[in-house]
Design a protein around this ligand. Structure first.
Ligand code: DX5
Ligand code: ZN
Length: 216
């Protein structure tokens, strides 16, 4: 599995050093949690900070927009220099247009779903996506407890993708740690996001390797 450390759990006063550390520790992507205080009860950062992060790393940037009406801000985030961009299906009436727009800008489109939202809600979009982001906590904060009841949804997504010979990847986000990574991997995750499990660890490299388990 690829590992995408989430910058939300980093020491913000030492941003650049933290980013360099996960880069050296073998991170595959850098996950950027964008929150607007409306779609979720927390606020993080906007496009200006994404641009600053882009300036200091060669890692691919994976932005996870937890904002209402993502169509209103997508342009600015893409201009800030993203490689992967996901938004929530619960946050917009125009998911198809958003996907199209992201794709046109040569960024990888992803669709995120909350724990309470069934896979069926996004099923018809999967063929147009590079990844589906399955939340295993209610979005808003890092360091929450993983919800094992979401595992069947990860399996359902993977099955759908395999059965229809699609190239969409499955990214799983929320409460992932060394204990549950194997379960998530077995259920079909291609990418795991990890905030606290990486940035609150003493050794980032060890933490990342501990999540990169295989089903074998
Ligand atoms: C939750 C975010 C996640 C999360 C990751 O709203 O989307 O990316 O903060 O942090 P951990 O791994 O600590 O749950
Ligand atoms: Zn996230």
């Amino acid at each position: 599995m690829k590992v995408a450390p989430s910058i939300i759990a980093a020491k913000f006063s030492d941003f650049q050093k933290e980013i360099k550390s996960v880069e050296r520790a073998g991170a595959d992507l850098l996950h950027l949690d964008v929150m607007d205080g409306v779609f979720v009860p927390n606020i993080t950062f906007g496009p200006m900070v994404v641009e600053a992060i882009n300036d200091v790393t060669r890692l691919e940037l994976d932005a996870h927009l937890m904002i209402t009406k993502p169509e209103n801000y997508m342009r600015q985030f893409i201009a800030a220099g993203l490689d992967w961009l996901s938004f929530h299906c619960e946050a917009t009436d125009h998911p198809r247009d958003c996907i199209e727009h992201i794709r046109q800008q040569q960024v990888r489109p992803g669709l995120a779903i909350n724990p309470a939202t069934p896979f069926e809600a996004v099923q018809r979009f999967v063929e147009h996506l590079d990844y589906v982001l399955i939340m295993t906590v209610n979005p808003g904060f890092y360091g929450q407890k993983f919800m094992p009841e979401v595992l069947p949804k990860i399996e359902a997504a993977k099955n759908w993708i395999t059965t229809h010979s699609l190239s969409c990847q499955v990214e799983v986000d929320g409460g992932i740690n060394a204990e549950n990574a194997a379960l998530v991997c077995r259920a079909g995750a291609d990418i795991v996001v990890a905030g606290a499990a990486v940035f609150k660890a003493d050794d980032y490299q060890k933490a990342i390797e501990g999540l990169r388990c295989s089903t074998a």
